[in-house]
Design a protein around this ligand. Structure first.
Ligand code: DQA
Length: 159
């Protein structure tokens, strides 16, 4: 659990942000490009890293197809980072474990989805993640990650 006694600053004083990506997002580029776009996850990571350097923050960008690994990484972010961006992919709609991990996270967090989940099947309309984060960006494609990073850094610096 995140604790006020933990110093989440990187040793060089830079803000550290974790960006987590859930199942099947490793397939971006070839996976339903009409919904998720042509950019690969590596392309998105590069764009996020470029923006991070202009904002003078460090980003730790990860993807997993496993729910438990995502939970462990949220816990790790609570100890080591100052903010979190999460695209939980399908676990968004199913995972109480990720919801609980986010409640324990206690630091600024933003949810991202490439597609507009509210325009799609009804099972995608409910997000466990949304109830545990500060903001949600969806339907703007890969640009959503950049908007999330900018907003998250603003939130952290305003605190
Ligand atoms: C997604 C939307 C989810 O409903 C879906 O399961 C995904 C990707 C998005 O980024 O649009 O895998 O999170």
């Amino acid at each position: 659990m995140a604790s006020a006694s933990i110093d989440n600053n990187a040793s060089d004083g830079q803000l550290r942000i974790m960006v987590l990506n859930g199942p099947n997002l490793n397939l971006l580029g070839s996976r339903e490009p009409e919904i998720y776009g042509a950019q690969t996850l590596a392309d998105i990571e590069t764009a996020v890293a470029d923006l991070a350097s202009t904002l003078d923050v460090t980003v730790d960008f990860r993807q997993s197809n496993t729910e438990g690994e995502l939970v462990s990484w949220i816990q790790e972010a609570g100890a080591d980072c100052q903010g979190l961006i999460i695209n939980g992919a399908a676990y968004t709609h199913t995972s109480i474990a990720i919801y609980d991990a986010l409640l324990a996270f206690e630091l600024p967090a933003i949810e991202v989805h490439l597609s507009n989940i509210f325009k799609r099947e009804s099972f995608r309309h409910h997000s466990y993640v949304s109830a545990a984060v500060d903001g949600v960006i969806c339907g703007l494609g890969a640009k959503g990650y950049l908007l999330a990073l900018e907003s998250l850094v603003h939130l952290i610096r305003a605190e």
